[in-house]
Design a protein around this ligand. Structure first.
Ligand code: MSP
Length: 513
């Protein structure tokens, strides 16, 4: 079995500051990466920034600064946000880095040597005041969609990629590999698009200079998508045959928003086919977030800053909310009301109360020490508890292979609810009153602690700080780290004799102001 797992986020444009949409993709990839590490896989998790192109060049010029200075500033905002959100990426790739340039040049050369690049004329609608080309589709009543002024049909010399040559091969690949594009609705969309036939693609521009020059023709810069998509190769060392390259390419999954699916499932695979490189195994498109029912936009002033949200509600609350609220692949709506509701019901009530009740009872009845037991109980409730964990683990595993984060979390919360019921039905407070029930009390308290250990591990990929905290309170020295998921395959991995700690509420209830 292949024991490696390579997962990527899109690389984010630096002409925007990070918002909840960017955080969503990154948190999702982080949860998948952490889960696969817990499964014992050797994981490589890549994210980064897309720094070239006309928009960045223009934005920098308007501020009177160099594009690289603008990029440096915005990149720092992305990387500090990822630190704050506990993102465990193995590398952060910037398209302005020299090794990325090398990778782009190398793949460009290979595609060219293969006869798939030719010089032609790129024709589109040009807005002179904005210095921007627009496609027919982008125009608003024939005018520039940015400033509303008239546009002219203009041409510029451009290198083209013979994408048309790869249509049939791509279609066959998509049809032969049902997993390649997920979810299925998106796959069908792409199949219809490819069936229409592919046109050759313009892959260079001469009207701006902020980009990677075309090898041997520096009047041209390489089209941003050709540049950006190559980051997935740069990240593992291409064009060198490094250890990482050999180990991790092709990627297991590129997670992207639905708006950029076509670039990833049509452009990218055809570039790779032309360069003679293996294709990624899966491209998963998630949906878009609106905010309180409206599209997020600077002009509406409703852009959600994930850093601010994390400060207000806690990092794990945000991570949990975005992954649980919306089936992965569908659109969702962000509102404080739904966030607060989720935090209070799923986090403060279900998991928070459980942890605090169990540890309080271990404190009260057993001096905060996990009892040592010779068996785990054979009453119906005991058996059901163990079976519930088996089911949760199986469901989490199958959900994460899609990945369907919401389903995985529903499965974990299914187990949490069984554990809560176990506490209610075994009634340790009653057992504690009867000295003859001392052994039974040991057993049920042990089972509850063992259940908490499992919960700590199961929530860890989604809420790493919470998972670690639960383990810490159980007196477990080692953190919920790589390769440990399999420990949940049999009941009773928790050692007796550990000193536990009740601690503060994991998730205090929030009042909606
Ligand atoms: N730079 C390109 C990607 C190149 S990848 C080789 C790009 N960048 S982006 O910054 O505009 O978007 C990055 C990701 O954020 C995309 O997957 C996009 O779908 C996602 N989101 C941006 N706004 C979003 C929402 N409102 N909701 C959910 N995700 C959204 O595209």
């Amino acid at each position: 079995m292949d024991n490696t797992y390579y997962i990527t986020t899109p690389i984010y444009y630096v002409n925007d500051v990070p918002h909840i949409g960017h955080a969503y993709t990154t948190i999702a990839c982080d949860a998948a990466a952490r889960f696969m590490r817990a499964e014992g896989k050797e994981v490589y998790f890549l994210t980064g920034t897309d720094e070239h192109g006309q928009k960045v060049e223009k934005a920098a010029a308007e501020r009177g600064e160099k594009p690289i200075d603008l990029a440096d500033r915005v990149v720092a905002r992305f990387s500090s946000l990822w630190d704050k959100l506990n993102i465990s990426n193995d590398r952060f790739v910037r398209t302005t880095e020299p090794d990325h340039r090398k990778a782009v040049e190398a793949i460009f050369r290979r595609v060219k040597e293969n006869g798939d690049v030719y010089l032609g004329e790129y024709e589109d609608w040009y807005c002179t005041p904005c210095e921007t080309f627009w496609t027919e589709m982008q125009l608003m009543d024939g005018n520039c969609p940015d400033c509303g002024r008239a546009t002219d049909k203009l041409g510029e010399p451009s290198y083209f990629f013979r994408m048309s040559k790869y249509g049939d091969r791509l279609l066959k690949h998509i049809e032969d590999n049902p997993e390649f594009i997920q979810p299925v609705s998106r796959r069908n969309e792409i199949i219809s698009f490819v069936r229409e036939g592919l046109r050759d693609l313009s892959i260079s521009r001469t009207t701006f200079s902020w980009g990677i020059p075309v090898p041997d023709d520096p009047d041209h810069v390489i089209y941003v998508w050709f540049d950006a998509l190559t980051n997935y190769l740069t990240g593992v060392g291409y064009p060198e045959e490094t250890e990482n390259y050999k180990k991790f390419w092709p990627a297991d999954v590129h997670v992207v928003g639905k708006d950029i699916l076509r670039f990833h499932t049509v452009y990218w695979p055809t570039f790779l086919m032309s360069a003679g490189l293996p294709l990624p195994r899966k491209i998963f498109a998630h949906g878009w977030w609106t905010v309180e029912g409206r599209k997020m936009s600077k002009s509406l002033g409703n852009v959600v800053d994930p850093g601010e949200m994390a400060e207000e509600y806690g990092v794990d609350a945000i991570r949990y909310f975005v992954l649980r609220e919306v089936p992965f692949g569908l659109d969702g709506d962000f509102s404080r009301e739904s966030l607060v509701h989720r935090v209070n019901s799923d986090l403060a009530n279900d998991i928070g109360n459980l942890v605090s009740r169990v540890l309080a009872m271990v404190g009260k009845y057993r001096d905060a020490v996990v009892p040592t037991v010779s068996g785990y109980g054979e009453e119906e409730v005991d058996v059901e508890l163990r079976q519930a964990l088996e089911k949760a683990l199986a469901d989490v595993r199958s959900s994460m292979s899609e990945p369907a984060f919401h389903k995985a979390l529903i499965a974990v919360w299914g187990f949490i609810s069984v554990v809560n019921k176990y506490v209610d039905s075994t009634g340790p407070w009653a057992l504690a009153k009867d000295p003859d029930e001392s052994e039974r009390l040991d057993t049920v308290l042990y089972n509850m602690c063992e259940a908490l250990r499992a919960i700590g591990l199961l929530v860890f990929p989604f809420m790493p700080a919470t998972g670690d905290e639960i383990w810490d309170r159980l007196g477990l020295e080692r953190k919920a780290e790589s390769g440990r998921m399999s420990e949940l395959e049999s009941w009773g991995g928790l050692a007796g004799g550990l000193k536990t700690r009740r601690g503060e509420a994991l998730f205090p209830r929030i009042e909606l102001s």
